[in-house]
Write a protein that binds this ligand. Structure first.
Ligand code: HEM
Length: 142
């Protein structure tokens, strides 16, 4: 059962990151096409669907399967790697919420970021991915 939870956890995590990696890429295109209403409308729709249909459900599933593993093996909670991972997960979940707020502003034609600012923000999930996977796999002892 636990291994099933872990497999589902990793599948959900990959789907979550697929969405996170692409949201700011869509905002880059939107910022570069802010004067082209047809393209902007298409990009708004893509961002909305990616966030609502893939990103948020995958985030919830990652949390649910991760927390289910903590229920099945409570000893993980006293491991320093897991505690550090939880700190990064709170940050990553906050980033997910931030992406949603940018999406809402762009959807309202408030394109307040330029494409370079969007590109820089698009690197943030990579940093979280590296940190979280290194903690989960290498499990450094505190
Ligand atoms: C969202 C809340 C999350 C919770 C509560 C959580 C919790 C856990 C727990 C308890 C394990 C240990 C399972 C085991 O070894 O039996 C685990 C494994 C793992 N988690 Fe998460 N996790 C979360 C999110 C993530 C995210 C976002 C990533 C990737 C960026 C991730 C990557 C991994 C990996 C790669 C493993 C497997 C490590 C291994 O077996 O070597 N987790 N997670």
């Amino acid at each position: 059962m636990h291994l099933w939870l872990k497999a589902l956890h990793l599948i959900a995590m990959v789907a979550w990151f697929a969405a996170l990696f692409y949201m700011f890429r869509l905002f880059v295109y939107h910022a570069e096409n802010r004067d082209d209403p047809r393209t902007a409308e298409t990009l708004k729709l893509m961002a909305e669907k990616l966030y609502r249909i893939i990103g948020t459900p995958a985030m919830v599933a990652t949390w649910v399967f991760g927390l289910a593993m903590l229920v099945s093996v409570p000893a993980f909670l006293s491991a320093p790697w897991l505690q550090a991972k939880l700190v990064l997960l709170v940050g990553l979940t906050g980033y997910h919420g931030y992406v949603g707020r940018v999406k809402a502003r762009f959807a309202a034609d408030d394109v307040y970021l330029d494409s370079r600012q969007c590109r820089i923000r698009n690197e943030i999930p990579t940093l979280f991915l590296i940190g979280i996977v290194l903690l989960a796999v290498l499990r450094p002892a505190g």
